[in-house]
Design a protein around this ligand. Structure first.
Ligand SMILES: Nc1ncnc2c1ncn2[C@@H]1O[C@H](COP(=O)(O)OP(=O)(O)OP(=O)(O)O)[C@@H](O)[C@H]1O
Length: 613
C-alpha cells in the first residue's frame, strides 16, 4: 500500500520517549562501537541516547584499536547541515559493546544485522577550521526499517540548499610539490560518497584550463554547479580568468584625467577597438624569456573581451555574473594556497572537499587589472587580468620573477628568491593614484599613514570570518557592479603618491599563508568591495627587514611603519617612471608599465564558509 508523506510523518517506531514529535522518527538501533541507542530523526538533526547508561561516564572521547578511530560516545547529534551522505550498506557486523582492555582495545561482541552509515563533518577541537570526515554506522535487524531511515535521512539531506551535484574539476599535476593528482585521489572518495558527479581534467600544459574555460559553452557551463581547481593560486587564477575574461561585461577602471589612455569618461565605456589591440611583440618575449608559461597564457588572454563572445557557440544561453548557483572551488595543492587559507581558515584538501560537498558559499571580491602598456617603449596594448587575492609590483614582482627561474626547487624557491631579492634591495620610481573613500562609505576606510619609525602600534582589526558582519552588511547596490559608475565618475577624488617604492601591492583579501599567518592585511575582507593598497617607500634595509619580520609573525603589525602607506580604495592607477619591475598577479607574472585597477564586490562565489579565525 502506498503510504503518503503525511502518514509517514506520523510513523514512530519503538518510540521510548513521550517527547517525540509527530514528525520525528524514533527507534532502537545499535550504534557501531557504542552500543544500543534510541535514535531520533527530526528536521534539523539525527540524534541518539544510549539505552545502556552503564558506560555513560566511561570512555567519553573517541577510542581506537589497532589504529582505527571509533566514534566518540560524547557525540550524540549529527546536524543535517553537517552530513553529506547516508548509505545503506547491507548485512554485516555491528560492534555492540564498548569495554576496553588495558591496551585500549575494545572487548565485547559483535552481531550481524542490516546497517546504514551516516557520513558527516567533524570539527577539530583545537583547530576549529580543520574539518575531518566522520562515519557513524547504525544497525537494525529489520531490513525495511533500515531502508526507511536511509530514505528519510536522504529526504532531509536533499533539502539542504546549495549542495553541488555536478562539478567540473581541473587538476594541475605539477602544482606545488607535484602532488596534484595524489591530492585529488585523497579527496575523490568524499565526492563519491556525497554522490557528486565530477568531470575530471588533468592538465598537460599551462593555459589548458584557461582555454577550456574560455571555449566551453555557457550551456555546458550551466550544467555544472561549479568548477574546481586542484592546484595553487596561480592555477585558480587561470581558471578564474578563463571564465571571466570571456563573460564578464564591465567598463574598464576609472582613472584620473591625466592618466593618458582612452577611457571615455562621458560614456563610462572604454574606447578601444580591435585596432588598439596588438599581437604580442617579440619585444615582450625578450623582456622575460623565463616567463614563458604565464606570458603564453597572458598573450592568449591579451585581446580576449567579453564583447567579442569568443568561444561561445550558444549565445542564447546566458551566464550571469555573479551567478546564483555556480561556484568556484579550490582544493589546495600549490606552493602558497593563500586563497584557500583565507576562505577556509586552513590549508587542508580534506577540509576544502568537505566545504564543497556541504555546499558552503562565500562571495569573493575580484580585482580587474587593465594593463595599458607592458613596457615603457611598447605600444599601447590593452590586456586584462582578474585577481582574486593580490597584485604586487617591485619586491613582489621581483620575487616571482626570480622564483620562476628556479621552479625546479618546488615551494622552497620562494625562500631562495625572497632572500635574494631582499638582499638586492631595489626600489622603483612610480606614481600611484587612488580613489579616496569617504568615511561614510566605510567607517574604517580612508588613508592611513603611520606615525613614527618606532615600535609599531597595535591597530584595530576586525578580521574576516565565518558569517562576517562586514562582508554581509553592505548595501546591495554594491554587489558585483563596477565600484564607481556614471554619474559619479566626475565626483571622484584622486589622491596620489609618487616616489621610490620597494613595493606597490593591492590586496583583495588578507592573503594569509604559512609565511604570513595574518596575511599582508589582517583586516582585509573577502567581500567588502575594497582593495587595500600597500605602498612601501624606499627605506633602510633594516627597516624593511623589520616590516618583513612583522609580516611573518602572528599578531604582527607589518603596516605600522612610517615608510608604509595603507589606503583602502575602490580603484587605482599605476605608472612606472624609472627602472621597471614586473607585476605579480595572484602569483603569476604580468609585465606592466602602466595599469589601472578596480574591484568588483562579490563578483564570484566560492564553495567555502570563511575562516573560523
Ligand atoms: N600541466 C601543467 N604543466 C605546467 N604548468 C601548468 C600545468 N597546468 C597548469 N599550469 C600552470 O602552472 C602555474 C602554477 O600553477 P599552481 O598555482 O597550481 O602551482 P604552484 O606550484 O602553487 O605555483 P604558484 O606558486 O606560482 O601559484 C599556473 O599558472 C598554471 O597555469
Amino acid at each position: 500500500m502506498k503510504r503518503d508523506v503525511e502518514e509517514e510523518d506520523r510513523l514512530v517506531i519503538n518510540s521510548g520517549s513521550s517527547n517525540v514529535k509527530e514528525t520525528d522518527l524514533s527507534g532502537n538501533f545499535v550504534l557501531d562501537h557504542v552500543g544500543e541507542v534510541i535514535l531520533t530523526l527530526d528536521q534539523d538533526c539525527l540524534s541518539w541516547t544510549r539505552v545502556d547508561s552503564i558506560f555513560n561516564n566511561h570512555q567519553d572521547s573517541g577510542s581506537s584499536c589497532l589504529g582505527i578511530q571509533f566514534v566518540s560516545k560524547r557525540d550524540t547529534t549529527i546536524k543535517h547541515s553537517d552530513a553529506y551522505a547516508v548509505e545503506f550498506i547491507g548485512w554485516g557486523l555491528v560492534h555492540e559493546s564498548v569495554l576496553a582492555d588495558a591496551t585500549g582495545c575494545l572487548l565485547g561482541h559483535a552481531s550481524e544485522m542490516f546497517r546504514f552509515t551516516v557520513h558527516c563533518v567533524q570539527r577539530s577541537k583545537t583547530q576549529p577550521s580543520l574539518w575531518t570526515p566522520s562515519v557513524y554506522t547504525f544497525g537494525h535487524m529489520d531490513l525495511r526499517t533500515c531502508q526507511m531511515w536511509v530514505a528519510r535521512m536522504n529526504t532531509f539531506l536533499n533539502k539542504e540548499a546549495g549542495r553541488p551535484k555536478s562539478l567540473l574539476v581541473f587538476i594541475h599535476p605539477r602544482s606545488g610539490k607535484g602532488n596534484g593528482c595524489r591530492t585529488w585521489e585523497a579527496v575523490a572518495p568524499i565526492f563519491c560518497q556525497a554522490k557528486v558527479q565530477t568531470k575530471v581534467i588533468v592538465t598537460c600544459r599551462a593555459g589548458q584550463a584557461f582555454d577550456m574555460m574560455t571555449s566551453i559553452s555557457n550551456r555546458e557551463l550551466n550544467s555544472y554547479d561549479g568548477v574546481l581547481a586542484v592546484g595553487g593560486d596561480g592555477f585558480f587564477n587561470e581558471i578564474l580568468n578563463g571564465l571571466l575574461l570571456s563573460r564578464h561585461k564591465a567598463p574598464y577602471p576609472p582613472s584620473p584625467k591625466d592618466f593618458g589612455h582612452s577611457f571615455n569618461r562621458d560614456e563610462n565605456t572604454l574606447v578601444h577597438s580591435k585596432d588598439n589591440c596588438v599581437e604580442p611583440s617579440g619585444q615582450n618575449e625578450d623582456l622575460s624569456p623565463l616567463l614563458s608559461t604565464s606570458e603564453l597564457i597572458g598573450s592568449k588572454i591579451k585581446n580576449l573581451r567579453a564583447e567579442d563572445n569568443i568561444g561561445h557557440s550558444d549565445q542564447e544561453a546566458d551566464f550571469p555574473l555573479p551567478h546564483e548557483r555556480f561556484r568556484f572551488g579550490l582544493i589546495p595543492a600549490g606552493s602558497t594556497d593563500a586563497i584557500v587559507m583565507c576562505t577556509t581558515g586552513t590549508r587542508d584538501p580534506i577540509t576544502s572537499a568537505l566545504h564543497i560537498v556541504l555546499g558552503k558559499r562565500i562571495s569573493l571580491d575580484i580585482a580587474q587589472i587593465v594593463r595599458w602598456k607592458a613596457t615603457i617603449t611598447s605600444k599601447e596594448e590593452i590586456s586584462v587580468r582578474y585577481a582574486a587575492s593580490f597584485a604586487g609590483y617591485g619586491f613582489y614582482g621581483d620575487v616571482i620573477t626570480e622564483s620562476e627561474r628556479h621552479r625546479w626547487m618546488g615551494p622552497k624557491r620562494y625562500d631562495y628568491a625572497g632572500t635574494k631579492v631582499f638582499l638586492r634591495h631595489s626600489s622603483y620610481e612610480a606614481e600611484v593614484a587612488y580613489v579616496e573613500v569617504n568615511k561614510d562609505e566605510d567607517g574604517t576606510a580612508g588613508c592611513r599613514t603611520k606615525s613614527f619609525w618606532g615600535i609599531p602600534k597595535k591597530s584595530e582589526r576586525v578580521a574576516c570570518r565565518v558569517k562576517c558582519d562586514v562582508c554581509n552588511t553592505k548595501p546591495v547596490k554594491w554587489s558585483a557592479e563596477p565600484p564607481i559608475r556614471e554619474p559619479h565618475l566626475h565626483e571622484l577624488k584622486w589622491l596620489r603618491s609618487r616616489g621610490n617604492f620597494l613595493s606597490v601591492g593591492a590586496a583583495v583579501i588578507s592573503c594569509r599563508n604559512e609565511k604570513a599567518p595574518d596575511g599582508l592585511v589582517a583586516d582585509a575582507h573577502l567581500s567588502d568591495g575594497f582593495l587595500h593598497l600597500i605602498l612601501i617607500k624606499d627605506c633602510p634595509r633594516a627597516f624593511y627587514l623589520w616590516h618583513l619580520t612583522q609580516l611573518a609573525r602572528k599578531g604582527g603589525n607589518p603596516l605600522n611603519f612610517e615608510f608604509v602607506e595603507h589606503h583602502k580604495t575602490l580603484a587605482f592607477t599605476f605608472t612606472s617612471i624609472g627602472k621597471e619591475s614586473i607585476w605579480n598577479v595572484d602569483g603569476e607574472l604580468f609585465p606592466a608599465h602602466q595599469l589601472s585597477a578596480q574591484v568588483f564586490r562579490g563578483l564570484v562565489s566560492l564553495f567555502a564558509a570563511g575562516p573560523e579565525v
